[in-house]
Design a protein around this ligand. Structure first.
Ligand code: NBP
Length: 467
């Protein structure tokens, strides 16, 4: 008998997805470029409904028609190479599903190319890392809707579930799924940066121990910040290094790595003209952190403010940091969702923001209670321009803004960088300002370049003779 689905690429993600698919009662064929990984998986999956194949021909021939082939290889060239190898062996109507972290223009290109050959293509975001892949990831599929209908039973079966609902819904045509996954990763950068700034403030201003940090984050996770990232952060503070007895966080080098998906989100924001400032600050912060040697040298040359000792109420400061974190997080999501809206208009995707929030609720790194509030906001108004305008979010930022401003002031006074908190507040203040100083900017542009300007009191385009 032929198998219902095939998985190519058996590194961490592909292997665990294959096991996940099998565990939901589907038969799976697997293939990997180097046979060792296939052998290893077959050993691990002995007795399971999983068939190993050792050539593309054997792999393709083992699958039911129309074939469903999930590619989980390295994003970029490896994906193109794999698709090229498959094409000559496929029949019209067969479906290739790319579950890697593809850059969305690549997905748009592959989608068009495969469609022209009579093949169907689903570019899908898969989020949740190794554990998610095995137990239930968040899945963001894009491509032809008719193709999605065929792969839907397997994709929804393997996805994470929240209250019984699968964290997998059709996103939109061609690159839509990978775009949404990209923004998810950008939002993830933002969430992580904000948590790190909260940690930096608590540690540097209040000099709290790892034990206290563990308690603070555990407490925060019981309220509106309830999320996977706050939960693992609390857990991280409870871990100690065996060799030195120090908290693990204290022995880890402060130089952040990245795989580039946050950068892609910012690049797309610049292309679309969307102010994605908070998430972009998170990308820049990783760059700055990675300049470790240069920072160490600069720290010996450049001084900060006279270190002020903290004299306020400790409990109140902790609560203010929590509020600043939540308000900034709301701005970050407002920016991310506004960007998806701009992309949807630009590429004709007709994205459903409430559904996207629902997918993010389970399986992935940014999963949190708060995504339900985003879903509710889009249920109230599907055409909502900005999450900050929704009554629920508006009320929180308005009530939290005093705390938010106090925390940023304290950070500035102590010389502690809070690019996430402060760019989020600057966005809030800019967005709610009726008249920004861009009138002067237009005057400057007209002065040096005769770029013209519009007037507040008359229709039309004007130029002033400045000199
Ligand atoms: P990797 O991204 O590390 O890729 C390794 C796989 O790609 C191996 O199976 C390797 O085969 C195969 N491969 C390469 Br490299 N070049 C190839 C080529 N020219 N032809 C055929 N196969 C080739 O694996 P991963 O971490 O499991 O991630 C898979 C995909 O899922 C990536 O796109 C990744 O961005 C995405 N993703 C990863 C995560 C995560 O948490 N890791 C989460 C979400 C999405 P070999 O064994 O022969 O070298």
């Amino acid at each position: 008998a032929k198998q219902q689905i095939g998985v190519i690429g058996l590194a961490v993600m592909g292997k665990n997805l294959a096991l996940n698919i099998e565990s939901r009662g589907f038969s799976v064929s697997v293939y990997n470029r180097s046979p060792e990984k296939t052998h290893d998986l077959l050993k691990e999956a002995e007795g399971k409904n999983l068939t190993g194949t050792f050539s593309i021909e054997e792999f393709v021939a083992s699958l039911e028609s129309p074939r469903q082939i999930l590619i989980m290889v390295q994003a970029g060239k490896a994906t193109d190479a794999t698709i090229e190898q498959l094409i000559p062996h496929l029949d019209e109507g067969d479906i290739i599903i790319d579950g890697g972290n593809a850059y969305f223009p690549d997905t748009q290109r592959r989608s068009k190319m495969l469609e022209e050959k009579g093949l169907r293509f689903i570019g899908t975001g898969v989020s949740g890392g190794e554990e998610g892949a095995l137990k239930g990831p968040a899945i963001m599929p894009g491509g032809q809707e008719s193709a999605y209908e065929l792969v839907k039973p397997i994709l929804t079966a393997i996805s994470a579930k929240v209250n019984g609902d699968p964290c997998c819904t059709y996103i939109g045509p061609d690159g839509a799924g990978h775009y949404v996954k990209m923004v998810h990763n950008g939002v993830e950068y933002g969430d992580m940066q904000l948590i790190c700034e909260a940690y930096h403030l608590l540690k540097s201003v209040l000099d709290v121990s790892a034990e206290e940090l563990h308690e603070i984050f555990t407490e925060w996770n019981k309220g509106e910040l309830d999320s996977y990232l706050i939960e693992i952060t609390a857990d991280i503070f409870s871990k100690y290094d065996e060799a030195t007895g120090k908290p693990m966080v204290d022995v880890i080098l402060d130089s952040a790595g990245q795989k580039g998906t946050g950068k892609w989100t910012s690049q797309s924001a610049l292309d679309l003209g969307v102010p994605l400032s908070m998430i972009t600050e998170s990308v820049f912060s990783r760059f700055l952190s990675a300049m470790k040697e240069e920072r160490v040298a600069a720290s010996k040359v450049l001084s900060g403010p006279q270190t002020a000792t903290f004299e306020g109420d400790k409990k109140e400061f902790i609560e203010n940091v929590r509020k600043a974190l939540f308000a900034s997080k709301i701005v970050s999501y407002a920016q991310g969702f506004a960007q998806m809206r701009a992309a949807s208009d630009e590429y004709g995707w007709d994205l459903k923001y409430g559904n996207i929030a629902m997918i993010f609720r389970g399986g992935c790194i940014i999963r949190s209670q708060f995504l339900q509030n985003i879903k509710d906001a889009y249920d109230r108004d599907a055409g909502l321009k900005n999450l900050l305008l929704d009554p629920y979010f508006k009320n929180i930022v308005q009530t939290y803004q005093d705390a938010w401003r106090k925390v940023i002031s304290a950070a500035v006074a102590h010389g502690i960088p809070v690019p996430g908190f402060s760019s989020a507040l600057a966005y809030y203040d800019s967005y709610r300002t009726e008249r920004l100083p861009a009138n002067l900017l237009q005057a400057q542009r007209d002065y040096f370049g005769a770029h013209t300007f519009q007037r507040v009191d008359k229709e039309g385009v004007f130029h002033h003779q400045w000199f």
